[in-house]
Write a protein that binds this ligand. Sequence first.
Ligand SMILES: NC(=O)c1ccc[n+]([C@@H]2O[C@H](COP(=O)([O-])OP(=O)(O)OC[C@H]3O[C@@H](n4cnc5c(N)ncnc54)[C@H](OP(=O)(O)O)[C@@H]3O)[C@@H](O)[C@H]2O)c1
Length: 289
Amino acid sequence: MFVVAGVSGNTGSVVAETLLAQRKAVRVVVRDAAKGEAWKARGAEVAVASLDDADALGRAFAGAEGVYVLLPPFGFADEDPASSRPALIAGITGALRSGRPAHVVLLSSIGAQHPAGTGPIAALHTLEREIAATGVPATFLRAAYFMENWGASLGGAIEGGALYNALESGRKFPQVATRDIGATAAALLVEPVGSGTRVVDLSGPADYSLDDVAATLSGIVGKTIPAVQVPIDGLKGALRGMGASAAVADLYGEMTDGINRGHVAFEPGTTRVRGATSLETVLRSLLQR
Ligand SMILES: NC(=O)c1ccc[n+]([C@@H]2O[C@H](COP(=O)([O-])OP(=O)(O)OC[C@H]3O[C@@H](n4cnc5c(N)ncnc54)[C@H](OP(=O)(O)O)[C@@H]3O)[C@@H](O)[C@H]2O)c1
């Protein structure tokens, strides 16, 4: 039995679909029973539990060969985004201690080896450490920047004629499609595991810069859309204008600065896997939504 949390999200849905297609027994974890109905119809068991409820989540994890978990993102307008992290971390690790699955795959992030200077990624550093302390064999799947993050900027870039971002325009950095994350997590779940923890880094087939994103978008829409690098404060102001709280804007500013400084990067010496989905494929599908 494989347990999949975050099944209504980008990556968890792909993990569950992939395992069901392989005729594996799957139990999905939802916090709203209605979101489990479609999975039940496809042959999955459904457990209702919030990731901050160690008791209910521990029952969902019990007896599992493998568990897929993630740290749910905070709300864009959340005035105190850090405040929800400790309860989620305690819920997940408490459930691992009581449910004792044979293996857990955590969706972590590039840069999670660092305790600070990474914005929202710092909470994943803490979660990795806390999961390691449970003694449950763990794989930390450190995914690159999601290619789907560009979805929020494409419409404005096409209408405004330029792709504005605080990322250094010529600096190539790892990016990955969420479909490749789900498929890789499913493959890691069914692999035999030893004890302790391992780190697997995941990026797409190539690294891409802001200029590359703008050039790919230009090629798809058939007009030149240049990349324009703005200062970090400009990014924060734009995020505030889109409804982000000051604290959330600060976290994204810190992460972007971390990418530009090479601090948000894969840890040297860890195993790197590359997904097959190109940036162009993801941008095309984002434009069709
Ligand atoms: N964006 C990036 O560039 C990037 C890069 C590397 C790593 N990451 C990490 O990726 C993760 C997000 O993955 P994703 O995109 O697959 O997720 P997502 O699409 O944002 O979905 C979040 C999932 O978590 C569920 N959820 C939220 N709060 C919950 C709770 N309290 N209890 C149970 N389930 C809950 C949601 O269910 P509901 O339907 O009930 O809301 C949903 O299924 C984050 O940890 C982020 O740090 C992101």
